[in-house]
Design a binder for this molecule. Structure first.
Ligand SMILES: NC(=O)c1ccc[n+]([C@@H]2O[C@H](COP(=O)([O-])OP(=O)(O)OC[C@H]3O[C@@H](n4cnc5c(N)ncnc54)[C@H](OP(=O)(O)O)[C@@H]3O)[C@@H](O)[C@H]2O)c1
Length: 269
C-alpha cells in the first residue's frame, strides 16, 4: 500500500487519482477539504498508526503557502518541521519509507540552475522549514527519498493555483501582472505524479530535483498560457517582482538543474 499524507492538495489529489487509475492500493489523507475516498488526518495529533500498512508514504501535507508560513510561523514550524519529522521517525521505526516533497525555495535564488549538491540558503520561512526536514533526513536516514519540486501547476481549473489564476483572469479580459524576474521550472502536475511513481518504482534514494527542464519566468509562463489558449497577450503586463509587495520574500531565480533525476529515470524521459 502507498500512503499519501496530504492527498486532498494539488499534488496529493492528482497523485491519488493517478495511482488509483493504475489499480494501486492507496491510503490518502485530507485535513480540512474532505474528498471521496480520503481519510481525515491532522499531523498535529500524532495519530500515525493509520499508515502502518503502507510500504511508502509520500509526505505531501502541511502549510504550503509561503505567506501563510510567514504569518503563522510558529504553527507552520510545528506542522511542517516538528510534526513532519515525528511522522518520518515513526514510519522509519516501522520500516516504512518516506518520500518527502521538498521545494526549490530552499535556495536563495541568487544564481539559478541549482544542482543537488549546491548549498541551500533559504530566504523565506517555507524554504527554511523544508531545509530543516531535509537536513534531518540526510543526517539520520540512508534510505529516504527527497524530491525537490519547482512550481507545479494543473490545467484543471478546479485545482486552483498559478494556471487557474492566470487563465480565469485572461478569460474575463482582465490584465495580469507577471514578474519577468521570477524564474523557475513550471511543471505540470501529471509530470510530478509520473515522476514520483517512477522514482518509487526505481527505488531511488537520496536527493533529486524533479521538475521539467524548461526554465522560464512567470511572465513567459503567462505568455505561453495566453498563446496556447487563444487569449490576448496584450493583457499580460511584465512587472518587477520587487514591486508586488508580497508579505513574504521569494527566491527569484530558483530554477533547478534536473540532470540527476532525468539521468536516473532515462530512458523513460
Ligand atoms: N505546488 C507546488 O508548486 C509545490 C512546489 C514545491 C513543493 N511543493 C510541496 O509539495 C507538497 C504538496 O504541495 P501541494 O501544492 O499539493 O500543497 P497543497 O495543495 O497546499 O496541499 C497541502 C495538503 O496538506 C494538507 N494539510 C494541511 N494542514 C495539515 C495538517 N495539519 N495535517 C495534515 N495535513 C494537512 C492539506 O489538507 P486539506 O487541503 O484537506 O486541508 C492538503 O492535503 C507540499 O509539501 C509542498 O510544499 C509544492
Amino acid at each position: 500500500m502507498i500512503g499519501i499524507m496530504g492527498a486532498s492538495g494539488l499534488i496529493g489529489y492528482n497523485l491519488y487519482n493517478f495511482l488509483k487509475k493504475r489499480d494501486k492500493d492507496i491510503l490518502g489523507t485530507y485535513f480540512s477539504q474532505k474528498k471521496e475516498g480520503l481519510i481525515k488526518f491532522d499531523l498535529r495529533e500524532s495519530n500515525f498508526s493509520l499508515f502502518d500498512k503502507c510500504k511508502y508514504v509520500v509526505i505531501a501535507g502541511g502549510i504550503t503557502n509561503l505567506d501563510e508560513c510567514f504569518l503563522r510561523k510558529e504553527e507552520a514550524y510545528k506542522i511542517n518541521v516538528e510534526k513532519t519529522i515525528e511522522l518520518i521517525k515513526y514510519l522509519t521505526d516501522k520500516k516504512i519509507k518516506s518520500i518527502f516533497l521538498s521545494s526549490d525555495q530552499v535556495f536563495d535564488g541568487e544564481k539559478g540552475n541549482y544542482k543537488e549538491e549546491d548549498e541551500p540558503n533559504p530566504i523565506n520561512y517555507y524554504g527554511e522549514f523544508k531545509f530543516k526536514v531535509e537536513e534531518f533526513l540526510k543526517k539520520n536516514l540512508k534510505d529516504c527519498l527527497i524530491l525537490r519540486l519547482s512550481k507545479t501547476y494543473s490545467k484543471n481549473l478546479e485545482d486552483g493555483g498559478i494556471f487557474a489564476d492566470i487563465f480565469l483572469r485572461l478569460k474575463e479580459g482582465e490584465k495580469v501582472k507577471s514578474a519577468y524576474n521570477q524564474v523557475f521550472n513550471p511543471t505540470e502536475v501529471e509530470f510530478v505524479c509520473n515522476g514520483v511513481f517512477e522514482s518509487v518504482k526505481m527505488n531511488l534514494k537520496g536527493l533529486y530535483h524533479l521538475a521539467k527542464n524548461k526554465v522560464m519566468s512567470r511572465y513567459d509562463f503567462a505568455l505561453s498560457l495566453a498563446e496556447e489558449h487563444g487569449f490576448s497577450k496584450e493583457l499580460i503586463k511584465p512587472v518587477d517582482f520587487n514591486t508586488l509587495n508580497l508579505v513574504e520574500k521569494r527566491a527569484l531565480n530558483s530554477s533547478l538543474n534536473t540532470k540527476k533525476w532525468y539521468g536516473a529515470v532515462v530512458p523513460l524521459y
